[in-house]
Each structure stands twice: as C-alpha cells, then as structure tokens.
Design a protein around this ligand. Structure first.
Ligand SMILES: Nc1nc2c(c(=O)[nH]1)N[C@H]1C(S)=C(S)[C@@H](COP(=O)(O)O)O[C@H]1N2
Ligand SMILES: [Mo]
Length: 543
C-alpha cells in the first residue's frame, strides 16, 4: 500500500499520496483537544473545582485505595500529581485517536464517545465540593466544541475521499486503498483544507486551554489562601439561633441559608482573585486620618458576629434573591471613627478590586446598626464568589448600595459629588429594603386535596422587624399567620398558615406588617429604580 504520513496538499496529476488511520486519529485528537481547551476556559470562568480535567483527576485521587496512593507517592514522590495528569493525558489522547478513526468508519460513534465523556465530566464535576449547577457548563460546552470540531475535520476527510473517487483528484484505481476510500475507509489523500482546519482548531484549543490554565492557577492560589485562613473567635458573638426561628415546614427556606445555596449577584464575569496577603483597604477622602488597613491589622480588631438577611433590589415579588447568613467581621463604624469623617461627608463610596462601586449613606453606618466589614460567612471564610477575603454587609439596605464584595477602597464623599455603579444606570441613589413577604409552599399551580393545607413562607423588613403576617384566600378577610420566633429585626421571619381548602380554584396572597406599623402594599412596582412591591399571590386547584 502506498501509505505515507505526509500531510501536505496533493498535487494534481501526481500519484495520490495517501494517509490512513493516523490522519483520522489526528482529527480525533485535535477535536478532543478543542473539547478540553474550551472546557478549561469555561471552568476558569466558573471555579477551579469545575474543571472537568481537574474534577476527574481529583475524583480518581479521592477514590483511589490507600495502597495505590501510597504507592504513587513512594514511586513518584512529589511528582505524583504530575504523573496522574500525564497518564490521564495519554489515556485521553489514545481514546481521542480512536474516536477519530471510528467517527470516520462508523459515524457518529466517535461523536457519541465524546458526548459520553462529556456526561461523565458533568457528573464528576457535580460531585465536587461546593458544586453548583453551573459546574456542568465546562463539559457541556467543551463537549459541544469537540463534537463540532470532529464533525468538521472528519467531514473534510470524507469529502476528500469522495473527490478522490469522483476523479477530481487523480487516483490509481488499481490501488486497493481506493476501494477502501470508497467504503469510507482509512486511506485518503490529505488536503490543504484539512491541514488548515486541523491547525486552526488546534491553535484555538491550545490558546483557550492556556488562558484557562493561567486563570485557573490564579484561582487555585486564592483557594489555597482561603483554605489556610483560621477565623478568630468573635468578641461579640451572635445570639444563638433557637430551633423555633425555623417554621419547621418542609419545602420552606431554612432560617439560615447555607453558603452554597446563597444567591449570588454581581457584575464580575471573572470572580476577582484576591489573597489575604494582597488585600488592603485604603480609607481616604473627607477624613481627618487617611489610612490603609492590612488583613493582619483587620484580624487584630474586635470581631462582631451577626445574622443579617441580605436582599437584592432586583428581587421580584415572590423571588429568591434573598438569603440569611451568620456574618463575622469588624464593625464599619469602628473604622469610620478611626478615619474621622469630616462634617458634610454623607456618602461612603466603596470600590471592589474589580472596580465596581457602591454608595452608602454614612448615617447607615454611624447609627450603630451592625454594619460589618465581613470576613466570615456561616463559620467559614467568605466564599470567593461572595467577596473573599473581605466584603460589606449592612442590615436594612439592598446589596447594590451596601454589600460591596472584594472591597479594597473607601472614599468619604457626598451624594452630590459622587455616583456609584448602579446609580449611573438608572437605579436610586439610596436603597432601603422594602417590607415584603413570600409564599414558599405549596408552589404555584399545585394540585391540592381538599382539607387542611399548610401555606408557608417568609417575610422581611430588615432593621425594623416583622410584627405580623396575614394571609388572604380569594377575596376573603386577611387572617393572621403563625410566625416563627422573632430572632432579630435584621433577619427574615418565616410564617405558616393552616388553610381549610375547599374544592375549586383558589388564589392565596400574603402580606407583612412591620413593627413600625407599615403594611406591605398591594400596589405593583418594578424592581427599577428602588425595589419591587406588590403581593405574592399563588393560585391552586383543590380537588
Ligand atoms: N464587587 C461587587 N460587589 C457587589 C456587587 C457587584 O456587582 N460587585 N453586587 C451587589 C449586589 S447588587 C448584591 S444584591 C450583593 C449580593 O451579594 P451576594 O452575591 O453575596 O449574595 O452584592 C453586592 N456587592
Ligand atoms: Mo443586588
């Protein structure tokens, strides 16, 4: 057989140069390379833990028997991890080559193999610590890129073989390899088109993978830094949370939101990577004493621990952009006192390491509420996406005017002199959280049995507190709900209501009444410019 491995263009009227399985295998390797490169890049935008390559490697490490780990460490020493990744690379390359060959012979089996590996990648990534649904994206998008690349490359090779057969390219009809070509076999001349496509895809794959790796290395450094943090005990601990702070109805939000379940809102496409060593807070502007604060200095200050319910101004009526956590931090007022704000300075303009800005009324810090420069969330250092290493938490104000994550700069200024990120985009300069309540269960549209039905949800009016929640069925009277224990004015308050449901279609609404007597309004308002209003209303069919 006149099989060579030359990859250059086939000159007209020259004996066709043939390549076989190796070119199909190269197509497979390039395609799988594209899948891995794109996967790493997407992972870098989500979390180092979501990298399919890393996730599979870590899962292998976590599940390998002790003797195997001991053996790997004693044989390869500190290069045991490198060895693992090299072995994985070789195994993947072999499988990728096979993918290319079978895709050519029996399409779309090669693509199917890539899809299967993508699914394994997704499942493995979902099993990593702190995994969220977004962890499937690297494998999903990487797998899609791999299948597309494989189809393109094998498509070109198949087309080349077809041309070969139709006589566009000279062929030696006596050559047994041609018969193989006509069967979609292994031997076919390699066109310039294939070489260009393969080289182009390989270049994109390498660039994406290298960029992803670089970003992931930064992220891994922050993760390691965070793992090394030991939070000091609070000088002023949070009052213990009684069991009765929960309403105890399945299907309702727990009183304390877990870190992994806490809503996340920010403008950061790439989560800022800031280590405690890199962190500094610069305090300047209308102050008597400008100063800079390091992480170590911050940790030497007395720490306060409080539960505070954070809410996003974009939360729709009945929405879930709200969470309640136990925060640990330094009182912002202590730092303000140290700086000595000049009279007239009514805005604290805070800036994050990625340049996002937030304007907070100085009065909301100096009025003795528990405004915290937080370093801990539910007993852990802040999760990186929730502002590691330092963020603000201020009871009673929507996040966009109070909760700066990755905060590195404080400027004392005035509302007439400065505007913050969202204020220049149509949102109100001040953002006190509006009183609200929500129905958590049963979910809208549920089909219910006649008889006793428990309606349950939560309510909030941060820094004022909830006095009552009322429920109304159809156009009936407002009836009082049963409230969970009153933990604090800065936290939400769950409630439940026992309804004697009768057959038919029913509408149920709830409303909160604050400790200041304010009644949640039924008037509808959009989130823009300063928070949604209206009543959370659900319809149920009762049989
Ligand atoms: N650096 C930075 N901090 C930010 C934001 C942001 O976009 N960038 N968004 C704010 C908004 S709008 C809200 S609601 C809260 C959400 O905090 P969380 O993601 O920890 O729930 O963060 C605030 N802090
Ligand atoms: Mo927000």
């Amino acid at each position: 057989m006149s099989v060579t491995s030359e990859l250059d263009d086939t000159p007209r009227h020259a004996p066709a140069r043939r390549v076989g399985a190796p070119v199909n295998a190269i197509a497979g390797i390039v395609a799988v390379g594209a899948a891995l490169g794109i996967g790493e890049l997407v992972a870098a935008l989500i979390s180092p833990e979501s990298s399919p390559y890393f996730a599979v490697g870590s899962t292998v490490v976590d599940h390998s028997p002790l003797w195997m780990r001991e053996w790997a460490i004693s044989t390869f020493g500190t290069s045991d991890k490198l060895t693992l990744f090299v072995v994985m690379g070789v195994v993947i390359a072999v499988i990728a080559g096979v993918c290319g060959v079978v895709e050519r012979r029996r399409p779309p089996i090669g693509s199917v193999v890539i899809v299967v590996f993508a699914i394994v990648g997704m499942i493995t990534a979902l099993g990593r610590p702190g995994a969220t649904a977004t962890f499937v994206l690297p494998s999903l998008l990487g797998g899609a890129a791999g299948v597309v690349a494989l189809r393109i490359l094998i498509g070109i090779l198949t087309l080349d073989a077809g041309k070969d057969e139709s006589g566009e390219d000279p062929v030696d009809t006596d050559d047994p390899a041609d018969a193989e070509d006509r069967r979609g076999g292994l031997g076919a001349p390699t066109s310039r088109r294939f070489v260009l496509a393969a080289a182009g895809i390989a270049a994109v794959a390498v660039a994406a993978g290298a960029l992803g790796r670089t970003l992931l290395a930064g992220a891994a450094k922050t993760l390691a830094d965070r793992n090394a943090v030991r939070l000091p005990a609070p000088a002023d601990p949070a009052p213990p949370v009684p069991a009765a702070a929960d309403i105890g109805v399945p299907g309702t939000s727990p009183f304390v939101t877990g870190n992994a379940d806490f809503y996340r809102i920010d403008t950061a496409l790439q989560v800022p990577q800031l280590t405690t060593g890199d962190w500094k807070l610069r305090v300047h502007g209308m102050v008597d004493n400008e100063f800079s604060l390091s992480w170590d200095e911050l940790l030497r200050m007395p720490l306060t621990e409080r539960l505070v319910t954070l809410t996003c101004v974009s939360n729709e009526v009945g929405g879930d952009l709200i969470g309640n956590a136990r925060w640990l931090g330094v009182r912002m007022k202590d730092l303000l006192d140290r700086a000595g704000a000049r009279p007239g300075a009514n805005m604290l303009l805070s800036t994050s390491s990625d340049g996002w800005t937030c304007g907070t009324p100085v009065s909301a810090i100096s009025d003795n509420r528990d405004a915290l420069l937080a370093i801990g969330m539910n007993g852990q250092p802040l999760p990186i996406e929730h502002g590691y290493p330092v963020r603000q938490v201020i009871p009673g104000l929507y996040g966009y005017v109070s909760a700066t994550k990755w905060v590195v700069d404080w400027e004392l200024t005035t509302f007439s002199a400065a505007q913050a990120y969202w204020t220049t985009r149509g949102w109100s300069a001040t953002g006190p959280i509006k009183i609200a309540s929500r129905i958590d269960r049963p979910s809208s549209g549920s089909s219910l049995r006649a008889g006793q039905v428990i309606i349950a949800g939560t309510s909030w009016h941060q820094h004022t507190g909830i006095a009552r929640v009322e429920v109304r069925v159809d156009n009936g009277p407002w009836a009082p709900a049963t409230l969970a224990a009153d933990y604090s004015d800065d936290t939400w308050r769950p409630w439940k209501y026992e309804w004697h449901a009768t057959p038919g279609a029913h509408t149920v609404a709830c409303r909160a009444i604050g400790k200041d007597g304010q009644v949640q309004t039924a008037a509808l308002a959009d989130p823009v410019p300063d928070g949604a209003t209206g009543l959370d209303t659900r319809t149920y069919t009762v049989r």
